[in-house]
Write a protein that binds this ligand. Sequence first.
Ligand SMILES: C[S@@+](CC[C@H](N)C(=O)[O-])C[C@H]1O[C@@H](n2cnc3c(N)ncnc32)[C@H](O)[C@@H]1O
Length: 255
Amino acid sequence: MKTKRPLVGLVETGDGSWSLYHEELGVHYRSQHGAFTESRHVFLEGCRLASRVGVWRVLELGFGGGINFLHTAAMARACGSSLEYHTIDWAPVDPTTLQALHQHAPPAMQPFSALAQEVTAQAEPSELIAYAEAPEGDIRLWLYPTPWQDAAIPIQFGAHAIYHDPFGPRVNPEGWGVDCFSWMRQRIADDGILATYSAAAHVRAALVAAGFALAMTTGPVGKREITLAAVDHSVLSMYTLLSTERYRQKALALF
Ligand SMILES: C[S@@+](CC[C@H](N)C(=O)[O-])C[C@H]1O[C@@H](n2cnc3c(N)ncnc32)[C@H](O)[C@@H]1O
């Protein structure tokens, strides 16, 4: 059996950066208002990786076009940090499409496209983990081409950043429930931050039900606010903290 490759098209977004469109599902992989702006604002800045010294351990749900990966790798290289990037995607985009997409990326990101292409080329059902690393040894990439439940990432993995980045709940409901967030709660470091582009009350309720403390900040263009989550509110003190009690009540009513 071959890996399920999505049928995708390339699209230019509002900030001049490029992203992908999933023809079958009718959804964009990144915000139409600005793919790179969204990636940087929600995930890289949201998780505060630039202020972390040493190794950055990232766990991502949804590799997609690899935009978050290219961005994070370029930032790690610029900061002199090393990157361990673990990403899960049950329908990896084919490497030729990634190559075409990444040709539109800024020069500092382009060297990392080869790693993205390498892991997606390896991704077959028999291959439970695909792996590639930069010749310099500072950027390492693991792709788990499976549903998130089947990804061989151990409990207490200690992710410094979790990029929660499936499609929205209408298309990927299994990525937004208490079970998915509980799985992530077991794999985040005590000082790690989970970032999601969603500000929906039911998503925040599911995060609280999974044991997360919450905060919010303004969103990128086209989005009023986004949500950050951590083991403890003290990790999120730079953001506007959200009431755990309020979302616990909501969770009791919903789940
Ligand atoms: C919004 S796109 C990710 C965009 C990507 N992070 C980027 O920077 O280009 C969502 C991706 O999540 C994957 N995905 C959605 N639900 C999933 C699940 N339950 N398990 C594994 N992968 C999933 C999809 O196949 C899709 O490639």
